[in-house]
Design a protein around this ligand. Sequence first.
Ligand code: ADP
Ligand code: MG
Length: 722
Amino acid sequence: MTNTHHNLLKNAELILKKNFGYPSFRKGQEKIIDSVLQRQDTIGIMPTGGGKSICYQIPALLLEGTTIVISPLISLMKDQVDTLRELGMPATFINSSIDYNEAVKRFQGTRQGKYKLLYIAPERLTAGQFSAQLASLPISLVAIDEAHCISQWGHDFRPSYLDIMPFLETLPNKPVVTAFTATATPEVTEDIIGLLHLQEPNVYITSFNRENLSFSVIRGENKRDFLLNFLQNHREQAGIIYAATRKEVDNLYEMLGKKGYAVGRYHAGLSDQERTGNQEKFLYDDLKIIVATNAFGMGIDKSNVRYVIHYNMPKNMEAYYQEAGRAGRDGEPGQCILLFAPQDIYIQRFFIEQSTLEPARKEREYQKLRSMIDYCYTPHCLRNYILHYFGEEMTRTCGKCGTCDDDCELQEITIEAQKILSCVIRMKERFGISLIADVLKGSQNKKVLKYGFDKLSTHGLLSNLKVKEITALINYLLAEQYLTLSGGQFPVVKLTRKAAPVLKSQEKVYRKVRKRKEAAAPDSHLFEQLRTLRKEISQRENIPPYVIFHDSTLREMAEVCPTDQVSMMAIKGMGETKFARYGHSFLEVIQKYLQETGGPQPAATAESSGSSPAKSPAAKRTPSHVTSYMMYQEGDTFEEIAQKRDLTLITVQNHIIRSGMEGYELDWDTLIPQEYEELILQKVKTLGTKKLRPIKDALPDQVSYLAIRAVIGKYREEIKKG
Ligand code: ADP
Ligand code: MG
């Protein structure tokens, strides 16, 4: 590594900290940035939400000249550029929403070095006037986002991506080219390399594991009931519900709207205007829920999506993981729930059948569908299944997917199963689910009478249940493969081999019944106040709330309660530009809150301090600072805790100090350099503890904020007395 290169890397880290306010690179980011800075063509393959953008945004600031970012989604370009500007990074964009004069202005600005990043839609590359202007820019790096769009093997092929290569050839000096995607299949990678003529590119694939996401598959339950129950318990959270067809989207949208949810919809059958409008409202937190087909989501980097529910099984694992991956981009927990019913298989088969793909491709799509179906049936760890599919091996089970963390009760349903199975036999395995359910219910409807099924011995055998419940049982037996559906447009129910031992009472059938989950813990008052402030700023400046701060940043603020610049800057996501812009407004809210409530209210002591009952559910969660404290007591150093928990060092220190202040046992002396103890105490007493900065300034440089805080902690009783 050359010296200058070494410096560049150091600067990359500095930008991460200063502009983005993040303490460390995520896995893979550093390697990719390193490779780009060495002027190597580079491919970065990371899961959705893995953090690809930083991999070209940071080099863009460090390399001389301009970085062109090619990105497929016009509607999101403004957001991306706004986000960068908020971080103090000079960027602009050119797409069809910009007229030629404005574009020329932006080109000029770029040429003069006013912008380091120029986002551009691929369609612009071939527009005559534009391409000449483009070619005259001093381009050092071309970053191609969502690069799988170039491949017909990918799931989002865009012909305009094929224009990238000819464009690159018009450039007088060959720039470094770097491409990013979340699609990990070899065919797509080969296409990217081949179609972009990349020169011996470094290819980096990071782990596809997303620790903060939990996965579950719900089979054989009534989807609608599940959904309504789930939403009721997650009212305050933002989420995406994917459905397979436009019609299903419309139905769900209407149903949820009637129930009073702030819901929007998104599919290809709506006008551009309605789609963009709904997307925007969702980004701005004006809609909590969006119901959508798979047309929704590419490039959406709304960070606080807390759940992604698939109302139907998607077509393959690639699509599933990409869509589900839109949950929890901020690193906080996200739930990915797939509601499966055997009918979903038919919908997907139908889509493949209808497609104009060549036979070989169709066959491959069927294979992929098979893997998707297997995911829905697997009795093993779901995370392992996913990672295995993407070519990774995990040595242990994850402990928190629907299979691992199974708080279900087993309910024996052998008798019900026998009744259903024999009814299917009596009906000669020639009818669909709903008629079977009607017969078991004992219905006298026209169809039942027409076939004389009211005479069957199984007629009315389950009359004690609702039709809905019978249907759910049949679906469960289908999902567990005691029954199977076969035949085209009107699938009929047949028995499988697994059915015989049940009918002969040699084997029992059990069903898992989920215990009702508790509602998510409500957010604190302070968090709500910070969120309100963010919303005000968002409206004033016309940028989405998450572009200002992620929820996770606000949550950390609400927890740590920083009261000065130093502790505020230690919050993850608070860079210099952000602090300069918003730091003081947020500090004000926090200070006011502290004055009104007489100090931060640790959730753990909410009960003993007799605070409002609304807060007590939070007491069940270990507060973040206590977690750090426990790790510290277990012998981890501050650095180790920061690394393991992905927090900044100062936050961890704050956590420990705060725990000590709240009465957790802490050996203050290990944090205080003995030779300065007296001196610090003296300054603290004369200057007061409201602001730390003056104390720090009055002490020798080697005395850290940590030491000052520790002294305040150790002598707090004494200081209080004055
Ligand atoms: P994708 O890979 O899907 O394009 P993004 O680039 O949009 O993902 O990043 C996802 C989220 O992760 C963003 O909110 C981003 O700010 C955040 N992020 C990226 N890198 C880091 C990091 N090193 N530390 C903390 N958060 C990060
Ligand atoms: Mg991205």
